[in-house]
Design a protein around this ligand. Sequence first.
Ligand SMILES: NC(=O)c1ccc[n+]([C@@H]2O[C@H](COP(=O)([O-])OP(=O)(O)OC[C@H]3O[C@@H](n4cnc5c(N)ncnc54)[C@H](O)[C@@H]3O)[C@@H](O)[C@H]2O)c1
Length: 252
Amino acid sequence: MAGILDGKKIVVMGVANKKSIAWGCTQALLRQGAQVILTYQNDRMKRIIKRFVPDDAILVECDVSEDKNVEKAFKEIGSQCGKIDGVIHAIAYADRDTLTNDFVKTNKEGYDLAENISAYSLISVCRYAKPILNNPGSVMTMTYFGSTRAIPNYNMMGVAKASLEANVRYLARDLGKDGIRVNAISAGALKTLAVTGIKEHMKLLEMSKALTVNDKSVTIDEVGNTAAFLMSDLSTGLTGDIIYVDKGVHLI
Ligand SMILES: NC(=O)c1ccc[n+]([C@@H]2O[C@H](COP(=O)([O-])OP(=O)(O)OC[C@H]3O[C@@H](n4cnc5c(N)ncnc54)[C@H](O)[C@@H]3O)[C@@H](O)[C@H]2O)c1
């Protein structure tokens, strides 16, 4: 059966393990016929993901904390794979003190680090992916509705997600003339490595589940399927948007 991503090459950034949202996206893209190129943060991550990705998977190192790493990674992807059709950015980070202290104690270093990795990096990724992106091309990122609401303990990550969503809108305006659209999925709370950094994350996960329309949390497969749609030509009319894939949590 033909897939909606037959013939497309998509870069997925942010697989840490099999629970990662990026892994849910990867599997959905593969089901729809895409070729997937995975980027990983460092050697430790590479060793972990090597255990479960197919032997012939294309893996490229990319720690987004420095522009030069992002530039090098997309140059390498271009020389190995030629043009690509899309990029999924599923990356965020804030240090433990920043995540667990009262928000008012957020210091400049913690603020800058969270913004750099979780929000600024999308701009850098778009800049260095642009020369190898086809027209039409698609970029998407992952956000959470702590960007527009003060969710208990989400703190600095909510501020970074607000920036990230603004970046999506400005990048969409900027790159639209080159046929590249930029969107975000606002996923419901999911038990991943990243979420365990949030203080009292079990409460966050339970609260999110209780607010869904049927008391069942969204899955990484469901998020991945929406990501596949956003990477496909079925979504060429959609840009600068935040799509909620949270089983209705944001309705309340
Ligand atoms: N889990 C949730 O409930 C939830 C909900 C909405 C949005 N999100 C967002 O989804 C995205 C993916 O997170 P996840 O929940 O799948 O967790 P995860 O821990 O599986 O993934 C986070 C990824 O970010 C990567 N990363 C961190 N710093 C990096 C750096 N300097 N360079 C390159 N990569 C770096 C990690 O290596 C990891 O692969 C994040 O943006 C997160 O904020 C998560």
